[in-house]
Unconditional design. Structure first.
Lengths: 363, 502
């Protein structure tokens, strides 16, 4: 077992106790807290409100067992530190969370639940969350899940925390499943129209091929194959295509959203069934996850156009997030059906009776 | 202080129950056809237990709706009359999650048994909750696709029950559990609202309620439709059977495989008691002299499997396997697996009764846990065979006993509870895949602190404020934990100091 040795553990208890005091005081006063790690995703979701509760002091790897495929880390641990440690053991966070800056912490990774190019084949953040330690609105420490792969004791609250945007409590610690790095990877490119690319992606996904990432943009479909040498070689031969140059940098630009498509204008994230055909909307699209994630870039956003986008995407079985935009004239997240909204409100009230954790960040 | 969360009334008198039954049956007849209501004890008897037959309770009434509209009507009625409901799939569960409540209704989803859509292009199937797990893969086979989670009961268990239990199977290390393979659930709340969780996209707006709904043991809503993910069937699979002279050596071999970057499609271990138990029954060719047998499967294209089998064999040899055999044909692969898959029936063959546990532990603690179990065998005077989903640390000790011998069942139960307490102690959990149900509800008090149980009730409240859906299962009330007397003590302080003791 490896333990972060840069600080004696009793200091962490003291830091947690300080968090508890802050939370209890905020509860008593009814004053909101903005739970924040590196702040690299302040732009995501509804605007943050309240006094910042900085999690970065609560940092470090609690335990890492490469042969158990589990890492347990404190919320303020930099993502870069975790990835470097995993890489030493030829392992990875298979959901490939985007790195928006050096300050990105694991608490933010889990709270935002943003996943990268490997998501369609490997799974999303929530698929890798095995356990979590949560500090509730009274400053009490709660443990859910654990460090084992299979665990059905009690409701799976730790997975619920993935994507909760800090609205249910302070995520103090998480245990994540990790996977071995692929033995072999290669990337291909094909010149295809949007409609042809979507069709090929869906057909290929129904065959035993080791596709681990895909991206269609401006008439080019890029694919990444990962797996055993033999599997990658056989797939490459079967699928054809041309080698993709600078592949590592290319996939990193998608993962970290530094690709030019992610800057300028207003960016919508359309989450759709992979099999949904081309969605015709004004603007340019970049398509990932075999068709299941489509980034729509428009010049600006107004309420009428937003309504059109949401109606069109919902009709195709998906939902639309106003992902990145200077102006947010409509709610960032797709409105929920009434009974579903009621469950959300009750859950929020159950976990955060005082309404102090990141209020309004989601809805 | 009253923290009661279940129906707390004293057991109703038979006469009261009888009157209640007549009243409820009359009300149900307003919303269901007569064929969907069973109230005669002769007809409801088959529903008195699930796969955990030691726990039995006759229900007041059983309803068998065949549409979502009927389910909505039943739930609205039960909500109005404050009648508790126990949902039931195929009744194959092993933790008593479908055990009836004396003054409650059992709602069976067996008649919602249609595959509504099977779509090869989108690799999804939309099915009703009463569709059998294996029927999905059978229907998908012509497209070269299948539904990955394969609990051992897959021939009989239904997808509604799989959603309730977050079922796994022998391939879940590589392919995941139900939560990883279900995209969308449509369900009805106790208030009669139809709600969609998840979607046919890879995520949905809002909180990930699908994650919390899967594995909620029928306590949050009644499933009416499920969209499952189908994946391409691997072209080929082969399995290695390796023998080890010590259980711990076998376990180290598992760690070595994973350290080598290999995620086998299946990875199972059996101790000597288990291999000796199954070998005369199935003739799988197991080495009954070995302390442990490891089955390790590779799947994929033929070339890929060949490459992986070679890598696995090298690691296993290095880890001190005393013998290694690789399946040379599909028939031989099935033969190697047959022993593991028949461990439960084999236990039933050599012992009048057996009690199957389901703890999960960090794998490195296996040696310590097996040693603990060996000591408990002496303490309780009962034998125990251990089969183990080695890849994910899920341990299935089978405690062998004879219910006709006075106090053997009680000893088996105490033995089981002690195994679970040990699993929690080493950092594991009381249930990996079978669920808490009624069986392990007391052990929940050992795993969770009062504030954590309160948080679970908070989740329950968000979906089912009236606490009518399977209210006596999975999450113990604080009163119950106090009575059981096995609460987690934190900080040296006795919890529930304010509660009466017995």
């Amino acid at each position: 077992m490896m333990t972060s040795a840069n600080m004696p553990t009793h200091d962490y208890a003291a830091i947690a106790a300080q968090f508890g005091e802050r939370i209890r005081a905020a509860s008593a006063a009814g004053s909101p807290l903005c739970v924040r790690g590196g702040g690299t995703k302040d732009w995501y979701g509804q605007p943050p409100q309240g006094e910042v509760l900085d999690t970065r002091a609560y940092t470090g790897v609690v335990s890492y067992e490469p042969t158990e495929l589990v890492i347990t880390v404190r919320c303020g641990t930099p993502l870069a530190e975790i990835e470097a440690l995993l890489a030493e053991h030829q392992q990875m966070l298979a959901f490939e969370p985007p790195r928006f800056g050096a300050g990105s912490t694991v608490g933010g990774v889990v709270a935002s639940a943003l996943s990268g190019p490997r998501r369609a084949s490997a799974g999303a953040v929530r698929d890798f969350v095995l356990g979590a330690v949560l500090m509730d609105v009274q400053g009490t420490i709660l443990r859910f899940g654990g460090q084992v792969m299979k665990n059905v004791a009690g409701y799976d609250v730790s997975r619920l925390l993935a994507g909760s945007l800090g609205t249910l409590g302070l995520i103090l610690e998480v245990s994540l499943k990790v996977l071995p790095l692929p033995l072999c990877e290669t990337s291909l490119r094909f010149e295809l129209s949007e409609i042809d690319a979507l069709r090929r992606l869906n057909e290929w996904a129904g065959q035993p091929l080791p596709i681990s990432a895909s991206c269609w943009h401006q008439g080019v479909l890029a694919l990444r194959l990962s797996g055993a040498q033999a599997a990658v070689a056989a797939a490459q031969q079967r699928m054809g295509g041309a080698p993709l140059e600078h592949a590592d940098a290319y996939w990193a630009s998608l993962r970290d959203q530094t690709h030019p498509h992610f800057s300028g204008g207003c960016l919508w994230r359309l989450s759709l069934p992979a099999a949904a055909s081309a969605v015709i909307l004004g603007g340019e699209q970049l398509i990932e996850w075999g068709g299941a994630q489509r980034w729509l870039k428009t010049a600006a956003v107004d309420a009428v156009q937003a309504e059109t986008i949401r109606r069109t995407v919902a009709a195709a079985g998906g939902h639309a997030t106003l992902y990145r935009s200077e102006h947010k004239p409509v709610s960032v997240f797709h409105p929920l059906a009434e009974p579903l909204m009621r469950i959300h409100q009750r859950l929020k009230a159950s976990f955060d009776a005082a309404g102090i954790f990141n209020p309004g960040r989601m809805y | 202080m009253n923290t009661a969360n279940t129906v707390t009334s004293a057991p109703a008198l038979p006469a009261d129950l009888s009157a209640r039954r007549v009243q409820l049956a009359a009300a149900l007849q307003q919303v269901l056809p007569p064929s969907a209501i069973l109230s005669d004890p002769e007809d409801t008897r088959p529903y008195e237990c699930d796969g955990l037959a030691a726990y039995r309770q006759m229900p007041l009434i059983v309803v068998l709706p065949d549409s979502e509209a009927q389910i909505v009507a039943v739930l609205k009625l039960c909500n109005e009359l404050q009648v508790p409901i126990v949902p039931r799939g195929a009744g194959t569960g092993l933790s008593g999650g479908a055990m009836p409540i004396a003054d409650g209704v059992v709602l069976s989803t067996a008649r919602l048994n249609r595959i509504l859509r099977m779509d090869a292009y989108s690799r999804t199937a939309v099915v009703q909750p009463g569709v059998r797990n294996l029927a999905i893969s059978d229907a998908a086979a012509k497209h070269g696709l299948y539904y990955a989670p394969d609990p051992s009961s897959q021939i009989a268990c239904t997808i509604g029950g799989n959603v309730a239990e977050n079922s796994g199977g022998v391939h879940c290390l590589k392919y995941g559990l139900t939560v990883h393979n279900v995209l969308r659930v449509r369900m009805v709340t106790i208030e009669g609202d139809v709600v969609e969780l998840g979607s046919e996209a890879l995520d949905a707006a809002g909180l990930d309620l699908l994650s919390v709904f899967i594995g909620s043991e029928g306590m949050l809503g009644i499933v009416t439709e499920v969209t499952v993910k189908l994946i391409p069937k691997p072209a080929c699979a082969r399995v290695i059977m390796a023998s080890f002279n010590e259980v711990v050596a076998g376990c180290n071999a598992v760690a070595a495989l994973i350290a080598a970057g290999i995620i086998p499609a299946g990875l199972e271990m059996m101790d000597q008691t288990s291999s000796r138990m199954v070998e005369p029954f199935v003739h799988a060719g197991y080495d009954t002299e070995a302390a442990a047998i490891l089955l390790c499967e590779a799947d994929g294209t033929a070339e890929e499997v060949e490459e992986e089998i070679a890598r696995m064999s090298a690691v296993l040899q290095q880890a001190g396997a005393s013998a290694i055999a690789v399946s040379q044909s599909e028939a031989e692969r099935m033969k190697f697996w047959s022993g593991r898959k028949n461990a439960f029936p084999a236990a039933g063959r050599i012992s009048p009764d057996y009690y199957c546990m389901d703890g999960t532990i960090p794998r490195k603690r296996l040696g310590q846990v097996l040693e603990g179990i060996a000591q408990m065998e002496v303490k309780y005077g009962l034998r125990c065979a251990n089969v183990f989903h080695a890849g994910d640390g899920n341990l299935h000790p089978l405690i062998l006993f004879n219910a006709n011998i006075p106090d053997e069942f009680e000893r088996a139960e105490a033995f089981g509870a002690e195994i679970l307490a040990l699993c929690v102690e080493v950092g594991g959990t009381i249930t990996g895949e079978h669920g808490v149900g009624i069986e392990k509800i007391n052990s929940m008090c050992a795993q969770f602190a009062p504030a954590e149980l309160e948080a679970f009730f908070g989740v329950k409240h968000a979906f089912d404020p009236a606490r009518l859906l399977n209210p006596d299962k999975a999450i113990p009330t604080l009163n119950r934990c106090a009575e059981f007397g096995k609460m987690r003590v934190s900080g040296g302080k006795l919890p529930f100091a304010y509660l009466p003791r017995f």
